[in-house]
Design a binder for this molecule. Structure first.
Ligand code: SF4
Ligand code: SF4
Ligand code: SF4
Length: 316
């Protein structure tokens, strides 16, 4: 199925790799604005909309998901060959995202968890067909093909998706704010005498006060705003799903845990080192969206396997 766009419409191919499908739902979240997009765009290939299995030549390719399987690699390469411009769409494609959290487990561990030791599978054996072989590790899209534009977010907010699509139709570069989630959050940062870290589910946070001031680890100050700050606005800490700020990604010595620790220790009576230790102990949560990107994974200060081993040792 192709939409009835005019002949001069921008042709678009869409592909999803290893991901949750949420980025495709973000297109549906455009609601009536999708009609405006469809007036100028001809969607030729889209796994959730069209029955097109091939890769027809297109002006723009939107690719969501990370490279986890041999099929992902093949699909990414076909998209690159068929599209003039490739957009890495969503945090999985940009950084590896949630799928990228698989880097801290071996393929054997993952297969044992999903098949071997899973009570809901029938055979408890590795699948021998219908599952594409795993790559050695999880990779963001640009580790396999060249990417022209990055649109992080988990998923990107429909406002950013709309802006990116309309910008491409109009032949301009989409707006890319470098602001953080904090920039849109209305909570007040203030100095308190809070002296211990609280888990996200503990107590009822003050709705006016910054989570950090209350002892909750909120990642808004280290996270790029690609979402319009829905979580802190609605009473939930930011978990950093849109990925780290450009400063953290590009400067080797800037790091999520130390930046949050500096800020939190200034706002509370909690020692900086206690915050660093807590973020290291729960590193799988705090780095879950970005650990597969070399911009985080190759930082000299990023030692996730050591942190996880230390955390496991404390439970034994
Ligand atoms: S970025 Fe988030 S919403 Fe998009 S596919 Fe990945 S996990 Fe799903
Ligand atoms: S750290 Fe979290 S709660 Fe505090 S201002 Fe930033 S987004 Fe809001
Ligand atoms: S506020 Fe944080 S966790 Fe919530 S959507 Fe935005 S980046 Fe993701």
């Amino acid at each position: 199925m192709e939409n009835a766009a005019p002949n001069n419409a921008v042709t678009v191919n869409i592909e999803w790799l290893s991901d949750c499908g949420g980025c495709h739902v973000a297109i549906v979240d455009l609601h009536e604005k999708i009609l405006q997009v469809l007036q100028s765009v001809s969607i030729q290939r889209c796994p959730v909309l069209t029955d097109q299995k091939g890769y027809p030549p297109a002006r723009v390719g939107l690719v969501s998901g990370a490279i986890r399987t041999e099929h992902d690699r093949h699909a990414a390469e076909e998209m690159r060959k068929s599209c003039e411009l490739i957009i890495a769409w969503g945090s999985c494609a940009v950084y590896g995202g949630i799928v990228g959290a698989g880097i801290v487990h071996s393929r054997r561990e993952i297969f044992d968890t999903v098949y071997g030791n899973n009570k809901t599978t029938l055979t408890h054996a590795d699948p021998t067909s219908r599952v594409s072989p795993f790559e050695q590790s999880v990779l963001p899209l640009d580790r396999v093909i060249d990417v022209d534009l990055y649109l992080p977010g988990c998923p990107p907010h429909p406002a950013f998706v709309f802006d990116a699509l309309i910008a491409l139709v109009e032949g301009r570069t989409p707006k890319a704010t470098k602001k953080t989630v904090c920039s849109r959050c209305t909570r007040r940062m203030e100095k308190t005498d809070v002296d211990r870290i609280r888990s996200a589910s503990e107590g009822i946070p003050d709705p006016e006060k910054c989570f950090l001031s209350q002892g909750y680890i909120c990642m808004g100050s280290t996270t790029l705003d690609r979402c319009l700050s829905p979580c802190p606005t609605n009473g939930v800490v930011c978990t950093g799903c849109a990925g780290a700020t450009m400063q953290i990604l590009t400067e080797p010595n800037r790091d999520i845990r130390t930046e949050i620790a500096e800020r939190m220790s200034r706002l509370t009576a909690i020692p900086r080192d206690a915050v660093v230790r807590e973020i290291e102990r729960t590193a799988k949560s705090h780095y879950s969206y970005t650990m597969a990107t070399s911009m985080i994974g190759e930082k000299p200060t990023f030692l996730i396997r050591k942190w996880l081993a230390d955390a496991e040792a404390t439970y034994e």
